[in-house]
Design a protein around this ligand. Structure first.
Ligand code: SF4
Length: 136
């Protein structure tokens, strides 16, 4: 039978460690189950620990120091994007109580809304100076 690749061994070891639950598994037990000697087993465990997939905890069993191995959840891939809304938050429509009724042809109509109109005038003056190019 061909010998398992390091990737296959890592996967098998990780499955065993994961399935051992919160108690974890002693590394000697892991090596035994995978049919590895201590040199191969140590190398494998260190690779998994280096990748942050397992945690090694030193314990004493029958008077001998060894390691208990526990699965560690991989770091979250959560992506946080910070958005600065300060430039748009003063648009009156964002806080308008009539937003859900507002639309062209309605009683509240953005084309004739005095609140929106004066905000647009103020913005135009800030951007272009004078009357903001509105000709008023
Ligand atoms: S256009 Fe006027 S009425 Fe309509 S949502 Fe904006 S501020 Fe409110």
């Amino acid at each position: 039978m061909p010998r398992a690749s390091m990737e296959e061994l890592e996967k098998a070891a990780l499955d065993l460690i994961k399935n051992s639950g919160s108690n974890g598994i002693l590394q000697s037990e892991l090596w035994r189950r995978l049919g590895l000697d201590s040199r191969e087993g140590s190398r494998l465990v260190l690779r998994l620990a280096k990748k942050g997939l397992i945690r090694r905890e030193q314990v004493v069993v029958n008077g001998r120091r060894t390691y208990r191995l526990r699965y560690t959840r991989p770091p979250s891939m959560e992506l946080r994007i910070l958005v600065d809304l300060s430039d748009v938050m003063d648009i009156p429509c964002f806080t308008c109580p009539y937003l859900d009724q507002c639309g062209p042809g309605n009683f509240n109509d953005p084309r004739t809304c005095p609140i929106l109109h004066s905000w647009l005038e103020r913005k135009a003056r800030e951007l272009f100076g004078g009357d903001g190019g509105l000709g008023e």
